[in-house]
Ligand binder design. Sequence first.
Ligand code: CP
Ligand code: NVA
Length: 314
Amino acid sequence: MTTTLTLPVAVTKDLLTGAEWSPADARDLLQRSADIKARPAKYASTLCGKHIALIFEKPSLRTRVTFEVGIQSMGGFVVFLDHTQARLGERESIPDVARNLERWVQGIVARVYEQRVLDEMAGNISIPVINALSDKFHPCQALADFFTLEEKFGSLKGLKLAYVGDGNNVCHSLVFLAARLGVHLRIATPASYAPAEDVLADAKRVAKETKAKIELFTNSVEAVSGVQAFYTDSWTSMGFEAEEKLRRQVFKSYQVNRKLMGQAGPDAVFMHCLPAHRGQEVTDEVLDGPNSVVLQQSENRMYVQKAILHALFT
Ligand code: CP
Ligand code: NVA
């Protein structure tokens, strides 16, 4: 993988959805992530003297720790605001929270229930706002996932990835990035849990330029035929807990297990953003098996997020 950083820096102030990234930006961020992973010392003062607020309305292990460690390793400071008990906007309006924060910190990383909360924050202030997961998108995750695939296969060219399960936030971000990176993504969901129309429409537009292919299936066996990588995520995302019983029924035939993995080649890798629900969307033998790259994805979250911060703050 080349590490020459000649392509454009991510263009906008914020990372709210991932639609901010052009195909060249997405490629640039992967190169930047590789350089950061190989030469962390070069980036040790990128955030020197900068304070970043982390506001989380939902629990997190990976995102919180990788942002905290990543920011500190670039010379920055973190202020963690735990909003898991009180949603943003309850005590004071979202613009008021954002306008106050802007007086003290140089950036905001936020995990929220509703995408509109991020838009409302970003629209009222001039410091960067980064999406650390919303109901609709998880861009940092998808960037780490494609970075992991590029590490694993050397190139994303000609790669076929299958996503099996819920057409959720993680799925939407995989769609956005697959479109920008020219990847062939085959998605299997129950008909009423397919990815959102507006996300697919954006991908279709971008794919004209990159030759990416996004295909939808309802049959998981059909979707995984000939792929080099499988991806699944929880059937019940945070915020949808009331539907858990129903979802367990609806998604039963979408489990990634040894039988489904057997439909692709023996070298097909298994991916999951984590946390995994063992025995639901994935079996232990697949999650802990030799083809699982879930911990590599998890580790790579830190490098891609450092790349995002580097792009937005330099
Ligand atoms: N994958 C991911 O975002 O994990 P956390 O919910 O633990 O942050
Ligand atoms: N789709 C999952 C991802 C967790 C990292 C959720 O939103 O809960």
